[in-house]
Design a protein around this ligand. Structure first.
Ligand SMILES: Nc1ncnc2c1ncn2[C@@H]1O[C@H](COP(=O)(O)OP(=O)(O)OP(=O)(O)O)[C@@H](O)[C@H]1O
Length: 213
């Protein structure tokens, strides 16, 4: 059976190129893939519609869903709760699209306790996705890409690099089904596309990334 019928969880350090690869995939195949709509307790911003950008719910409703094990992953940021529900993923899959979850690992704060959210949390559920890790070719290149994007301060850069080291260690433990090293974008996108379409399960070898390389 093609892996297209299973959700695809994409993770990898910030700046490794996940958004770049996803933007190309959605542009080339506008009808084949979809993101699930998350739940949040934050207020809708102007122009946001319920069930489009987010399912906007009260804190009480969110906590009830959480109690009922409705979420694959959840986290609290700036006092607001966010979660990806199993139902939201299933609704993408039942519309005939492959659901893609773009997971950025981070140390989140949930109900006052620090938790490492992301792939680890998803592994506790019955989702059974394919886990794809996008690796940078080296830590220096990762740093250059983050700097080149022009979105980081010195502090946020250091935070992202520290998280990247933790993520690389987690990936080195064999937590993912497939690894793509995003070195040359054309090459990486070629493999990414065939994995997303369910045609290939080829994996690159995870580079051993040391800060001084
Ligand atoms: N193969 C590549 N070669 C050179 N530059 C790349 C490559 N892939 C992505 N980039 C560039 O690296 C930067 C970071 O990429 P991108 O924003 O897609 O990362 P990301 O993994 O989605 O990060 P985040 O998790 O923070 O959203 C961008 O400026 C992008 O244009």
């Amino acid at each position: 059976m093609s892996s297209f019928s299973r959700p695809l969880v994409i993770s990898g350090p910030s700046g490794t190129g996940k958004s770049t690869l996803l933007a190309r995939l959605f542009a080339e195949y506008p009808d084949k893939f979809g993101f699930s709509v998350s739940h949040t307790t934050r207020q809708p911003r102007t122009g946001e519609t319920d069930s489009k950008e987010y399912h906007f719910v009260s804190r009480e409703a969110f906590l009830n869903l959480l109690k009922a094990n409705a979420f694959i992953e959840h986290a609290e940021f700036s006092g607001n709760l966010y979660g990806t529900s199993i139902a939201a993923v299933n609704s993408v899959q039942s519309a005939g699209r492959r659901c893609i979850l773009d997971i950025e690992a981070q140390v989140g704060c949930f109900l006052n306790c620090h938790v490492f959210i992301g792939v680890r949390q998803i592994k506790e559920t019955s989702l059974n996705p394919v886990y794809l890790f996008i690796s940078p070719p080296s830590m220096h290149i990762l740093q250059d890409r983050l700097a080149g994007r022009g979105t980081e301060t010195e502090t946020s850069m250091q935070k992202r690099i520290a998280t990247a080291v933790t993520e690389m260690e987690y990936a080195a433990s064999g937590a993912h089904d497939i690894v793509i090293v995003n070195d040359n974008l054309e090459r990486a996108y070629g493999i990414f596309k065939s994995i997303a379409l369910g045609d290939c399960t080829q994996s690159d070898i995870l580079p051993k990334l040391l800060m001084n390389e």
